[in-house]
Design a protein around this ligand. Structure first.
Ligand code: AMP
Ligand code: ZN
Length: 455
């Protein structure tokens, strides 16, 4: 068998095809004007699961992920470039901002055991590729220079427009997304900019046959995916919000340039909520990997939480589920030690089948829990099966359980609780205990005072 996965375009679960024995995968990367939050990271873990499942079955993968460091407009400030507005806020050069957050992005991926892509092309270093593609699109009649000297894609010329997202061209209203509002020179409301005239902008601009300017966000993924994956993508991955307009536009650009369907399978990961709410700066509930670490939680607890859900369902992450995943990891690592130290691997078909069936990670986890509890399976075989599963789960199950220090935040909560108890503020003390438990600690009170241990 091979990995079959839900394709947004055909709305069916289809096997992943390979090109010369290798699956060519493109995953839309981060816009590096801020740290990736755990929601973004869920999407990047999705591409890692696809890669690892293909490899578990003996296949090979070539994964390309772009770094967006130019041309992505902000939803918060209409017409403002995300990179430039952050650079202004931090009083830094926009490229300095980009390199800093790009480095953080790689660190976060490492903490979640997401294996590095084979290539991370940067948009700012692929401008020539984009100019070539835009020139070709104009030549082929799919793009035009607008009255404002920006270049636009003529949406009506591309027959299949809207098939990924189900949006029909005539139903799209002008100005419904900030991406469109500063594009005054286009002929039709659903057209979008491939190249934007610099206007008053003086940073992050390049020369082009249409004057100084900068590329649109969508063209970068078409140009880089077609160039670095040799004109054909077996699997294209991104979060559900990218289905429209980003992927719809990307497909139109790539297919129009080459004259054939360039992406075989479109995979979209559903969004992650945090404590029941959409994660956004304005709601103040953006959670980063560094927030988990400062609460004394293993970042891989987030990976385990993602695995407990199907990638196509929206999921709600909470501090309670993270703390419980954290203790599950500790429990499994302890058991792995008790089960021996052999490095032998036992291939389990049921586990692989669950993964290959549209990444059914809850069933794959259920399978290893069944093995863990089965008294008829030897310890050595349990360990060997866990080692096999961990090639995909990547939860560091064979890592020695840590004797961990508590964080500064946990220490100050413990101190506050000692004071609350000495002042007989029992309800404060209970609230502090709940908060400490959410961070993975267990609190008990005795005549000698309070004690804590990791759960
Ligand atoms: P960005 O850095 O905003 O361009 O987003 C990077 C990736 O994260 C894209 O594939 C988005 O679709 C995805 N993404 C954004 N928000 C979430 C979320 N709350 N849950 C899951 N994926 C998300
Ligand atoms: Zn993209």
């Amino acid at each position: 068998m091979t990995l079959s996965i839900y394709d947004t375009l055909t709305r069916t679960v289809r096997p992943i095809n390979t090109t010369n024995g290798r699956a060519n995968i493109y995953c839309c990367g981060p816009t590096v004007y801020r740290d990736a939050h755990v929601g973004n990271l869920r999407t990047f873990v999705l591409s890692d699961l696809i890669r690892r499942t293909i490899e578990l079955a003996g296949g090979s993968v070539n994964l390309v992920q772009n770094i967006t460091d130019v041309g992505h407009m902000s939803e918060d400030v209409v017409g403002q470039d995300k990179m430039l507005s952050q650079a202004q806020a931090e009083k830094k050069d926009p490229f300095e901002i980009a390199r800093m957050y790009e480095e953080h992005f790689h660190e976060d991926l490492g903490l979640l055991n997401v294996r590095p892509a084979d290539k991370y092309p940067r948009a700012s270093q692929s401008i020539e590729l984009m100019i070539e593609m835009i020139t070709d699109l104009i030549k082929k009649g799919f793009a035009y220079v607008g009255s404002d000297q920006s270049v636009y894609f003529d949406a009506q010329r591309f027959e299949g427009y809207g098939q990924i997202s189900g949006n029909r061209l005539n139903d799209l209203k002008p100005g419904h997304r900030s991406e469109y509002t500063d594009e005054g020179g286009k002929r039709f409301h659903a057209d979008w900019a491939l190249w934007k005239n610099a206007g008053v902008r003086s940073q992050m601009i390049w020369d082009s046959p249409w004057g100084a300017g900068f590329p649109g966000w969508h063209i970068e993924c078409s140009a880089m995916s077609m160039h670095f994956l040799n004109k054909h993508v077996d699997v294209h991955i991104g979060g559900i919000d990218l289905r429209f307009p980003h992927h719809e536009n990307e497909r139109a650009q790539s297919d129009a340039t080459l004259g054939f369907e360039t992406v075989d399978l479109w995979v979209h990961g559903e969004h992650l909520l945090f404590e029941g709410r959409k994660m956004s700066k304005s709601s103040g509930n953006v959670v980063l990997i560094s927030d988990l670490i400062s609460r004394g939680l293993d970042p891989l607890a987030a990976r385990l939480c993602f695995l407990e859900n199907r990638f196509r369902s929206q999921m709600d992450l909470t501090w309670t589920s993270l703390a419980s995943a954290h203790s599950t990891l500790g429990k499994w690592r302890k058991k792995m030690l008790q089960w021996g130290d052999s490095q032998e691997i036992f291939e389990d078909d049921e586990f692989l089948n669950a993964m290959e069936n549209d990444l059914d990670t809850p069933r794959a986890l259920q399978r290893i829990r069944t093995i863990e509890k089965n008294t008829e399976i030897s310890d050595a075989q349990k360990r060997a099966t866990f080692l096999y599963a961990d090639k995909v789960l990547a939860l560091d199950l064979s890592r020695a359980p840590e004797v961990r220090e508590i964080s500064k935040e946990q220490q100050s909560l413990l101190d506050a609780r000692v004071i609350a108890r000495s002042q007989k503020r029992w309800s404060d003390s209970d609230n502090l205990r709940n908060e400490l438990e959410r961070t993975g600690l267990e609190i008990s009170d005795s005549a000698d005072g309070q004690r804590w241990s990791w759960r």
